[in-house]
Design a protein around this ligand. Structure first.
Ligand code: PAF
Length: 278
């Protein structure tokens, strides 16, 4: 496994890699969720590139950039074990040199849900993912369903900017008690951690109601909200039932819907989702 720190070196080595190339962009502090993406990339491609880059542009000044968990040594050992060929690990000055001034935005799709609470977040994500795609030039790029809106936004960007790659979205990996794996879970205190599976419980409730014929989203949202509100440590940012492509809120579910939520435990913001009618 080679560790590459500059764009020039990454581009040079890219030419020598066997195709197809699978790419997994990450911000490090890897967990089983990331490794499932690497495993899928490995199974479906001849070479696997993983990037580790904590992208400052997707954090607002009030967010957790400086505290974001990092452990390069552990990440590299995990990636080596998974059979990764190349780890791209650039520094900030490599990705955003002084005077950097070019941004990529997806417009309407980034406004609701996460965009409503983190208005500058997706501009940072689409810009860095675009840059990484240009540098690595993968055939297939892998993202987790846990960040459902991010996956939709990246798919739309790749399609509308005529990018020559497939965006592949992989299932959320969960802890045994249902909590979606996330690098941010380490911030939770033991009490918060104990309460956090409430997110998944409320999603499962939505699934049960849907499978028993409930289609009215107000009824489903009320019962989901009640489950989370039973947890004194949890504060709901939003719970949404929206169209799986446009993310417009639904009053009635016809075929399918994206049920998604963000819940804060102290300063830690957890997100989770599930698709109904898949
Ligand atoms: O999902 C993430 O970890 C990040 O948003 C990504 C896609 C690596 C871009 O920085």
């Amino acid at each position: 496994m080679k560790i590459i720190e500059t764009i020039a070196e990454m581009k040079a080595i890219r030419i020598k890699l066997k195709e197809p190339i699978g790419f997994v962009p990450t911000m490090g502090y890897l967990h089983e969720g990331h490794l499932s993406l690497v495993g899928k990339a490995k199974a479906e491609n001849k070479s696997v590139v993983v990037s580790i880059y904590v992208n400052p542009a997707q954090f607002a000044p009030t967010e957790d950039l400086s505290k974001y968990p990092r452990n390069l040594k552990r990440d590299l050992a995990m990636l080596e074990q998974e059979g990764t060929d190349i780890v791209f690990f650039p520094a900030d000055k490599e990705m955003y040199p002084e005077g950097y001034d070019t941004w990529v935005t997806v417009d309407k799709l980034t406004k609701p849900l996460e965009g409503n609470f983190r208005p500058t977040h997706f501009r940072g994500v689409t810009t860095i993912v675009n840059k990484l795609f240009n540098i690595v030039q993968p055939d297939n790029a892998y993202f987790g369903q846990k960040d459902a809106q991010q996956a939709l936004v990246i798919k739309k960007m790749a399609k509308e900017l005529d990018m020559n790659l497939n965006v592949i979205v992989c299932p959320t990996v969960r802890e045994p008690d249902g909590l979606a794996m996330s690098s941010r879970n380490v911030y939770l205190t033991p009490e918060q951690r104990k309460s956090a599976p409430a997110l998944y419980k409320s999603l499962i409730l939505a699934k049960d109601l849907f499978s028993h014929g409930e289609r009215n989203t107000t009824n489903i949202l009320e019962q989901m909200t009640a489950i989370i509100q039973k947890e004194p440590l949890a504060n709901i940012d939003y719970i949404s039932i929206a169209d799986t492509e446009t993310l417009e809120e639904l009053h009635t579910i016809k075929k399918s819907a994206l049920v998604s939520m963000a819940v804060r435990y102290g300063n830690t913001r957890l997100i989770d989702n599930l698709i109904l009618g898949e």
